[in-house]
Design a protein. Structure first.
Length: 644
């Protein structure tokens, strides 16, 4: 009989071996072990037991990664000063418990396009290797953390250090690493792509100038056995040596300046599948070397291509599977011709376990299917998360990790219900955040609020707003509350406003609406107390173009009642002797969006080239004893001056 110490040692050896076995099926980078969204059945022959769990997260659209029994995920957060940040969280794979969380830089820029549907949030998936985790924020801050503790080992700001041009809709390219260096998309006059030493953060190399786009890196093995990395910028598809950063070949995009592209798929012997807006197609390319020079030859070109979801190659049936604007399609791998189309897979992203496709739809419906020569054959599926999903599933053992916009869930794939076809009727759920299409349940709710508000109940509203795959934002709240304002008994209106403030505690618009409703109902004392608790004095300073007349009136307008709720002549600023404009005003805690104008929308601030700017955004912190300064801000130009 073994002694207790011997038994403990044996158990430790077994666990160590088990962890090693598990690690082969982990998901250390965007797209999994080989960046092709596949795990083999052999790698999960002894599956680990992962409980079904779900955790609430800050908003995010970046897929998580798994290394050993740790899940690493990023989320939007606020720092101690209430400013934009990104949080990296380490979660126990087996039970969903948070092991550590760490704040890193997550600021955005006014030149980036921010909206209610596309707020500031992480989009680029992390990479995890050699005990490190590397993340890229919406605004281009690269941070390397220790996997065990969450401590930041090194960091770089691509914009301030390397003159990167802020990505229009945020950095979305996942880094690539070989355990020695980590390669990131930069973009700008200094480097399209650059690499850092993984251990130290020192710059390893820089690759040419150029504008970055949204696809991640792909690894190609050429016919002669050499390894290339390729990256799709806004103007060019480029191949380079990952060790030195030396450019090996390039392929100009037929439609440059368009950023949506799927990550290229590497095929054997230096072949490559590319697709997206800039190609206006999907294409099969051949990378080869002749007389010492690398060349790119076009095979076939197909008008069918995935737009923003990932795509897969099935070698058995020799076809490519991808989702475009409204249909799933199968494309012949040899010719590029369309084989079949299917509806019901709206916004589906994919991964493969053995011979089974695992697809997560944009509305949170998870399905397993088999690929046939003429389509996809669903075998099981259920709606597993009540959230909007933009990312592919992460497959570990018998489970799929699903990153919803505000949740992360582990779902056992064997628990899905048997189905023979994908259920319909959810296409608009998934598409509303992309194109602003209104979900039928939202439309019915707003119609009732407009035509028969006296019959609208809180439960009617609550059934819609608690479905997080349905976008229900400030515009929808305004419409439903405007309808309820016609009713003498305003109890339902008040309950909805209070719920809005609870669900979105940093919404200044919701808070202002609550205050206004309290005053209408004569509850001035409560309104005064809420304002006293939440208002903070802010000092705002702005520098205007030198061509601005000294007698000009400069206004601040934004999403707060204090600045007249987006009326262009909202709050008048005062010109100081140094030519700058300043003001002090009290604003409620929350997310303040604003712009500067000269009194009307025809003279709003714009970029120097005349292009419109996104709303400026600042976080008004919690109540403090003294005023907080914002700025100095700089207006590049006025719309009225450029239109003369």
């Amino acid at each position: 009989m073994l002694s207790k110490p011997a038994i403990r040692l044996l158990i430790a050896v077994i666990l160590l071996f088990s962890c090693h076995t598990i690690a082969q099926a982990q998901w250390p980078q965007f797209g999994g072990p080989q960046r092709d969204f596949r795990v083999s059945e052999a790698s999960i022959s002894q599956p680990i037991r992962i409980a079904d769990w779900s955790v609430e997260l800050g908003i995010g659209d970046a897929a998580p990664v798994v290394d050993q029994n740790s899940v690493f995920v990023t989320e939007a957060a606020l720092d101690d000063q209430g400013q934009e940040a990104m949080q990296v969280r380490c979660i126990d794979l087996l039970n969903g418990q948070t092991r550590w969380s760490s704040l890193v830089d997550g600021k955005s820029y006014v030149s980036q396009d921010i909206s209610e549907s596309f707020p500031v949030r992480p989009i680029a998936s992390p990479v995890a290797q050699s005990g490190r985790i590397v993340v890229v924020s919406y605004g281009g801050c690269v941070s390397c953390l220790d996997q065990r503790t969450g401590k930041v080992v090194w960091k770089h700001d691509l914009v301030s250090e390397f003159r990167a041009i802020p990505m229009q809709f945020g950095w979305a390219s996942s880094p690539w690493t070989d355990g020695s260096i980590v390669v990131v998309a930069c973009g700008g006059p200094e480097a399209l792509v650059l690499a850092f030493q993984l251990d130290t953060g020192e710059v390893a190399w820089k690759l040419s100038a150029g504008e970055a786009a949204f696809a991640s890196f792909s690894e190609i093995l050429s016919a002669d056995g050499s390894k290339h990395l390729c990256y799709v910028g806004r103007d060019v598809l480029i191949g380079f040596d990952p060790c030195s950063g030396i450019e090996l070949w390039n392929y100009p995009l037929p439609k440059p300046k368009l950023t949506n592209a799927v990550t290229p798929i590497a095929l054997p012997n230096g072949q490559l599948l590319v697709g997206g807006q800039g190609f206006e197609s999907s294409r099969r390319l051949q990378i080869s070397k002749t007389n010492g020079k690398w060349n790119v030859a076009e095979g076939w070109i197909s008008k069918h291509y995935p737009f923003y979801c990932n795509w897969l190659v099935d070698q058995t049936t020799q076809q490519i599977i991808g989702y475009n604007s409204n249909v799933l399609a199968g494309i012949d791998l040899g010719t590029g011709e369309l084989r079949w189309k299917a509806r019901g897979w709206t916004d589906a992203n994919f991964a493969v376990r053995g011979d089974t496709v695992v697809a997560i739809r944009g509305d949170g419906f998870l399905a397993k299917a088999k690929i046939a020569a003429d389509g996809m054959r669903p075998i099981a599926g259920s709606r597993v998360v009540n959230d909007r999903v933009w990312t592919p599933p992460v497959l570990v053992s018998n489970s799929a990790l699903i990153r919803g916009r505000r949740t992360l869930s582990a779902v056992n794939l064997d628990s899905l219900e048997a189905i023979e076809k994908i259920p319909s009727g959810t296409e608009v759920d998934a598409m509303n955040a992309m194109y602003g299409q209104q979900h039928e349940n939202v439309a019915a709710l707003l119609d009732k609020a407009t035509k028969e508000p006296e019959n609208l109940t809180f439960d009617d509203y609550h059934r819609v707003v608690t479905d997080r795959s349905i976008r229900f934002g400030e515009g929808e709240y305004r419409k439903i509350l405007d309808g309820l304002a016609k009713v003498t008994d305003r109890s339902v209106e008040m309950k909805i406003v209070e719920d809005w403030c609870k669900l979105e505690p940093d919404s200044i618009v919701a808070f202002d609406r609550w205050i206004a409703l309290l005053r209408i109902q004569g509850e001035n004392e409560k309104a005064d107390q809420l304002l006293e608790d939440r208002l903070i004095e802010m000092e705002i300073e702005v520098t205007v173009p030198t061509t601005t007349e000294s007698s000009a009136n400069i206004y601040l307008t934004g999403n707060a009642a204090a600045v007249n709720s987006w009326k262009p002549d909202g709050w008048l600023l005062t010109r100081a002797d140094d030519g700058r404009y300043r003001t002090k005003l009290k604003l409620p805690k929350g997310n303040f969006e604003f712009k500067f104008t000269r009194g009307d929308w025809g003279s709003v601030e714009v970029r120097a080239d005349g292009g419109s700017t996104s709303n400026r955004r600042v976080r008004v912190p919690s109540k403090k004893s003294e005023s907080v300064g914002l700025g100095p801000f700089v207006v590049q130009a006025w719309k009225s001056d450029l239109n003369r």
